[in-house]
Design a protein around this ligand. Structure first.
Ligand code: ATP
Ligand code: MG
Length: 561
């Protein structure tokens, strides 16, 4: 998080205005209110950074509130994952709250609304009720049950709570105005019957409160001052206020709902419901698959919390929806890993090089800097011997003058080592190069201080000594969707745009210093990109994820196609 933000975002302006109108700073309070029906994604990171960022800026508490009013879709697994992700992002919540903790209070208030003539039991089917809703330009029609007596309403509501009725037989509705131009005000549902066990309240309840009835009242119970949500809730604000009006005590803080735009990331979907489909249809290997735009997927992929916070800070908060290019997220992880990731050498697509004038049994340990940009990162030693691997792409038998890698008759420097010259090569029957024979200049060793060691040649290649190389599984990821905005097509389902080639698994060779690398360790494979150790790694079997290539190759591929 950048300490000093240049300008205030519009939400901060709203808070500042409230403060200047006399709202006491010590009563500011915020919340992040996920529904535990899936894992958090990069869109949620924006909301988390906004709410917790406000908490830090104003030294105000921020609650983590689980909006758990739909037992059909919610699970403890999701609660735990959400807590882990928010904490990993670096934020500490004041209280861990659950809307389900307020079920009794919400019920008591609902009874009060019935007694005040502000709510009634409707016993029609959902189709009948929908047919009476009207349209934005035509008023709806009153339910035949709208004028039930208070006594009857109270009895039925209690019966609903006692489990006397089947699902769908009755609902509790607020009695507002069936002609209100805002359709949400046309006697909205407050409760429905669901004979389902809840992950926290088990079978204590068989009626569950609706989102609109729950959310504002939960904010009020927690005395949240600013309740920030995404734009689709703008039309709900009138109802949010109406529900508050029914219960508020004027000495309490009145929560204020304000809206900001949802963040969408290119080449993916940010909706728990859609991400769940990817998991269920096994398009990916779970919520934390490194191709997923979930916080847990990004973490496993090698993203750092700092890079995600910086990304969220950079895109900021907007009043209108737009599509943020995923390359911006990649930029931020490169920028952070460039600072913290040790440099190492690995060859992904190897071809053997034999240095014919190098003594057969010799091994030299060459000094290599761990991070040229950070002296405190120190040095390590990498073994050099007569046989090394380089990348197949780094060799051509013949090439034009712009090819600065190895070609027959040409010279390159081996990173941290000697200058070599390609003399000949061996090919298989398909013409594929299987071995390159080189000679080396014994006086050209990097850092040895000789004139030859300073000799400049155009190309420098990474390499790994054959007898010391450790084989490792490397997982290379591509965009999960081929389309920039897979869920923006009216006539096509987002699943049609899944990139079936988004995972490539290869065996690479890595330098021996990586032998004991630990899960989540980050590295820069020189000239290739940033990689980290995957949780599937075991002693003796390293597994790496490519977090991101060194440069943005996607833009180039797009240009070509
Ligand atoms: P989803 O459709 O992915 O389930 P949601 O809005 O239903 O998203 P919630 O768990 O209700 O998910 O969201 C918790 C908070 O995060 C809400 O305040 C919501 O507005 C915010 N949020 C969700 N998605 C985004 C997004 N893409 N960009 C910004 N904020 C988001
Ligand atoms: Mg939701």
């Amino acid at each position: 998080m950048s300490e000093e933000k240049k300008t205030l975002n519009f939400i901060e302006h709203i808070v500042e205005e409230d403060l200047s109108n006399g709202f006491p700073k010590e009563q500011l309070r915020f919340r992040f209110p996920p529904e535990p029906n899936g894992y958090l994604h990069i869109g949620h990171a924006s909301s988390i950074c906004l709410n917790f960022g406000l908490g830090l800026r104003y030294n105000a508490p921020v609650n983590l509130r689980f909006d758990d009013t739909n037992p059909i879709k919610e699970e403890k697994e999701f609660v735990d994952a959400i807590k882990r992700d928010v904490a990993w992002l670096g934020y500490a919540w004041e209280n861990e709250c659950y809307a389900s903790d307020y079920f009794q209070q919400l019920y008591d208030w609902a009874v009060q609304l019935i007694k005040n003539g502000k709510a009634y039991i409707d016993s029609q089917s959902s189709e009948e009720m929908a047919s009476q809703k009207g349209t934005p330009t035509e008023p709806g029609t009153n339910s035949p049950f709208r004028d039930r007596s208070i006594k009857e309403n109270l009895e039925l509501f209690e019966g609903m709570k006692e489990g006397k009725f089947p699902e769908g037989s009755h609902v509790l509705r607020a009695k507002i105005d069936m002609a209100d131009p805002n359709m949400l005000m046309r006697d909205p549902l407050m409760y429905r019957i669901l004979h389902k066990s809840h992950h926290r309240t088990n079978t204590d309840w068989c009626i569950y409160p609706m989102y609109d009835w729950t959310h504002g009242e939960s904010d009020y119970i927690e005395q949240v001052s600013h309740s920030l949500c995404t734009l689709e809730f703008r039309p709900h604000r009138k109802l949010y206020d109406w529900f508050l009006d029914q219960v508020i005590d004027e000495k309490d803080i009145r929560p204020k709902q304000r809206e900001f735009a949802r963040r969408n990331l290119s080449h993916t979907v940010v909706s728990k419901r859609k991400l769940l489909q990817l998991v269920e249809k096994k398009v990916v290997n779970g919520w934390d698959d490194p191709r997923m735009p979930t916080i847990s997927g990004l973490r496993r992929r090698g993203y750092t919390a700092e890079s995600i916070r910086n990304f969220a800070d950079t895109i900021g908060i907007a009043k209108r929806e737009n599509l943020v290019d995923v390359s911006l997220l990649e930029f931020h992880v490169r920028e952070h890993l460039n600072k913290i990731a040790p440099r190492v050498m690995a060859v992904l697509n190897p071809v053997k090089v034999v240095i014919t004038n190098y003594p057969k049994e010799n091994t030299e340990w060459l000094k290599a800097e761990n991070n040229p940009g950070d002296e405190s990162a120190g040095d390590r030693e990498v073994p050099f011997s007569r046989e090394i691997y380089i990348e197949q792409e780094d060799f051509r038998e013949e090439a034009n003058r712009k090819f600065f890698r190895l070609k027959l008759g040409g010279e390159v420097r081996l990173k941290n080592g000697y200058i070599i010259k390609a003399e000949s090569c061996t090919k298989d029957k398909d013409g594929k190069v299987t071995e390159i024979q080189c000679t080396y200049d014994p006086k050209s060793k990097s850092g040895s201080g000789t004139e030859e060691s300073l000799r400049k040649v155009k190309g420098t290649l990474h390499w790994v000594s054959v007898p010391h190389a450790i084989p490792a599984e490397v997982r290379l990821y591509d965009r999960l969707f081929k389309d920039e905005a897979p869920d923006s097509h009216k006539d096509k389902d987002f699943m049609e745009f899944v990139n079936t080639d988004s995972l490539q698994v290869i065996t690479a060779f890595v330098e021996p210093s990586l032998k004991d690398a630990q899960v989540e360790d980050h590295f820069q494979f020189q000239r290739l990109g940033y990689f980290n150790i995957d949780v599937d790694s075991k002693p003796g079997k390293l597994v790496f994820n490519r977090t991101v290539p060194l440069r943005d190759t996607w833009a180039k591929i797009q240009e070509r196609s």
